[in-house]
Design a protein around this ligand. Structure first.
Ligand SMILES: [Cu+2]
Length: 346
């Protein structure tokens, strides 16, 4: 399936889901009905399912990725179903509940949690429940549903995005689907605004440059940026055209790992788990860029933890651009969000 067709299918799926949620909201709530638990004529308790989004990308601007659960916190009754959806995110996330006493891994050691460990019954906090990273690849992700058997407060997280933490509070009464959706929408609006502001700032900044002794210029390309709740998956612009003989240095000052990868009509690396992603090609920095063959920075690590990341040199890679031409590149990890750029040399 082409990427476009896949995106259309996912967009249609997302729209269908939104319509379903809206329908649920319309018939499931009223002002004097704050609790989702309803007693039927037979006396059994029926509870509405609530829905939480595991991340979203700005629908009109995919390069803005919200790294949050929306809403981050929800209250449910014992037995009330919670559903997490991935319909509106281009970036993979997990919903991972660790048993009490088991610490979460760091993003670098999260590999064992990329595969799912789905719930086998109502969750009581004693066993791992993990959606695995979803979606991986162009196909959409199925939702994850679970219920809780014991009152308490349960936190969960995304194994690769430390800023993504959610809480489910289990008590006597749960919230309605409408109340949860309203709060999720409010949070989403707030984080998208935060992301849009950061995007504008990244795009408006003048690229840092230094003059070299030989008269050439070295331009700095920022690889994305990070806010408290979003990742901006865009390369900051260099001038519309650089002079042949100039250099460009990719610098990762964000909180996400990135690559700058020029495939030049060689088969692109699309699988983020491919060992070639992390391998500088044809060799370590600096490299002389040409329009033939693969040029890859390898994974430039994030500037994390904040203020204590690896030195800038370890997060940078320089190419000289000896000949005029157009050189297109992507970040292998974030190509689904549209993280791509071009260097034009005259
Ligand atoms: Cu990236």
């Amino acid at each position: 399936m082409s990427i476009l067709a896949t995106r259309r299918r996912r967009a249609a799926l997302a729209a269908a889901t939104a319509a379903m949620i809206a329908l649920g909201a319309a018939c499931g709530s009223s002002d004097d009905d704050k609790s989702a638990a309803k007693t039927s004529a037979s006396g059994s308790v029926q509870a509405e399912m609530i829905t939480i989004k595991a991340g979203v990308n700005d629908p009109t601007h995919n390069q803005i990725a919200v790294l949050q659960y929306m809403p981050a916190k929800a209250t449910v009754a014992v037995g009330q179903k919670v559903r997490w959806i991935w319909d509106e995110t281009k970036e993979p996330h997990s919903v991972t509940f660790f048993p009490a006493g088991q610490a979460a891994p760091s993003p670098e050691n999260a590999g064992p949690f990329f595969a799912p460990t789905l719930p086998t019954g109502a969750f009581d906090g004693s066993a791992l429940v993990n959606s695995g990273l979803q979606p991986l690849g162009p196909q959409g992700a199925p939702p994850m549903e679970m219920t809780f058997s014991k009152a308490g407060s349960y936190s969960y997280l995304c194994v690769i995005h430390p800023q993504m933490v959610g809480t489910i509070v289990v008590g006597d009464t749960g919230e309605t689907a409408a109340a949860v959706k309203t709060r999720g929408d409010q949070e989403q609006g707030q984080w998208l605004a935060e992301g849009n502001e950061a995007y504008q700032k990244l795009m408006a900044a003048n690229p840092a440059s230094t003059k070299n002794r030989d008269g050439s210029t070295t331009w700095k390309i920022e690889m994305g940026t990070t806010t408290a709740h979003t990742d901006i998956l865009a390369f900051a612009p260099v001038p519309a055209a650089v002079e042949k003989g100039d250099k460009v240095t990719f610098v990762n000052n964000s909180m996400a790992p990135h690559t700058a990868s020029f495939f030049n009509e060689t088969p692109p690396i699309m699988n983020p788990e491919d060992p070639a992603v992390g391998k500088a090609a044809p060799g370590p920095s600096p490299q002389k860029l040409s329009s033939k063959g693969l040029y890859n920075t390898g994974v430039l690590p994030p500037n994390a933890p904040p203020g204590a990341g690896p030195p800038e040199a370890a997060r940078s890679f320089t190419f000289s651009v000896p000949t005029a031409g157009e050189y297109q590149y992507i970040c292998i990890y974030h190509a689904p969000s549209g993280m791509a750029g071009m260097i034009k040399a005259m």
